[in-house]
Design a protein around this ligand. Structure first.
Ligand SMILES: Nc1ncnc2c1ncn2[C@@H]1O[C@H](COP(=O)(O)OP(=O)(O)OP(=O)(O)O)[C@@H](O)[C@H]1O
Length: 251
C-alpha cells in the first residue's frame, strides 16, 4: 500500500499541489497526468520520500521501487550490477549481494524482456534501454510499491508496448501497487485502474481512468482540443486512445 493523505508540497514558497489523497493497494495501477511543470515529479518524489510534504502525510513501505525521470547516470557497471543495486536496501551497511540477489536481478531483467542486456555496460546502453534496465532495478527491490516517473519517455513504440505488457503482468501477479506518470493518455487508458489529473496547484481530479480522462477535462488540462476514440483491435479488446486536434493539418 502506498498513498498520500491530504498532502501538499511546495517548491520554495509556491504550492505545487494541495490536498491530494489516495491509497493504492497491491494489484492496482494509478496513472498521473498533467502538463509540463504541473508537479508530477514533485508528487512522485514526495511519495518516494525525496521531497518533504508541506501538508498532510504519506503512507509508504520502507523500500520503494522508484524510477526517476533522469536516465542519464553514467554508471560504468554491467546492466546486471545496476539491477542488483536495487537489492541494496535489503543488504545492510556492509552487505554484499549474494546468489539470491543476482537471481532476483536476472528474473527482473527477464520479466522486462532484457535478459540479453545483462552483460552490457550500462553507460553504453541507449536512453530507452537504460529506462528498461531501471524498471528491472525497481522490480528487483521486491518492494510492494513501484513508483515510476515517465517510464515510457524514451521508449519506441515496441518498447512502450513491452512496458505496458510488463505493467499488466505485474498487476496480474497482485503483489505491487504501481503509480506512474505519463504524457500519453492512451497508456493510462491501456493499463491504469485509476488516474490523477493535476489540473492546477489546488485543483485535481482522481478516480476511475475512463471517467477521469474525459475530453472536457483533457482539453482543460492541455489547453488543446482532443478526441477520445475507440479503435478496433482485430478481435482483441478494443484500444482507447486520445487524439489531439492540432491546429492545421499536414506539413
Ligand atoms: N528543485 C526545484 N526547486 C525549485 N523548483 C522546482 C524544483 N523542481 C521543480 N521545480 C518547479 O516545480 C514545478 C513542478 O515541477 P515538476 O518537475 O514536478 O513538474 P512535472 O509535472 O513533472 O513536469 P514535466 O512534465 O516537465 O516533467 C515547476 O514549476 C518546476 O519549475
Amino acid at each position: 500500500m502506498i498513498g498520500l493523505d491530504k498532502a501538499g508540497a511546495q517548491r520554495g514558497r509556491r504550492w505545487i499541489f494541495t490536498d491530494i489523497s489516495f491509497m493504492l493497494e497491491a494489484g492496482r495501477i494509478l496513472a498521473v497526468l498533467g502538463p509540463n511543470g504541473r508537479g508530477k515529479t514533485t508528487l512522485i518524489k514526495a511519495l518516494a520520500g525525496l521531497v518533504p510534504l508541506a501538508a498532510g502525510r504519506r503512507v509508504a513501505p520502507r523500500v520503494i521501487g522508484y524510477v526517476s525521470q533522469s536516465i542519464g547516470a553514467d554508471i560504468p557497471y554491467r546492466a546486471l550490477d545496476v539491477v542488483v543495486m536495487g537489492r541494496a536496501r535489503g543488504l545492510g551497511l556492509f552487505g554484499a549481494p549474494g546468489a539470491a540477489d543476482y537471481r532476483a536481478a536476472v528474473e527482473a531483467l527477464e520479466l522486462v524482456g532484457a535478459r540479453d542486456f545483462a552483460e552490457r555496460p550500462f553507460d553504453r546502453l541507449s536512453g530507452g534501454e537504460r529506462q528498461i534496465v531501471l524498471l528491472a532495478r525497481a522490480l528487483a527491490t521486491g518492494s510492494p510499491a513501484l513508483v515510476l516517473d515517465e517510464p515510457a519517455s524514451a521508449l519506441d513504440l515496441a518498447n512502450q508496448n513491452r512496458l505496458l505488457t510488463v505493467l499488466r503482468e505485474v498487476k496480474r501477479q497482485g503483489r505491487h501497487a504501481i503509480l506512474f506518470s505519463t504524457h500519453l493518455p492512451q497508456h493510462a487508458l491501456s493499463v491504469a485502474d485509476d488516474a490523477l489529473l493535476m489540473l492546477g496547484p489546488s485543483e485535481h481530479s482522481i478516480g476511475p481512468t475512463r471517467a477521469v480522462l474525459n475530453e472536457a477535462d483533457l482539453m482543460r488540462l492541455y489547453g488543446l482540443r482532443v478526441r477520445r476514440v475507440t479503435l478496433d483491435n482485430d478481435g482483441c479488446a478494443p484500444i482507447e486512445t486520445v487524439v489531439p486536434l492540432f491546429a492545421g493539418a499536414g506539413p
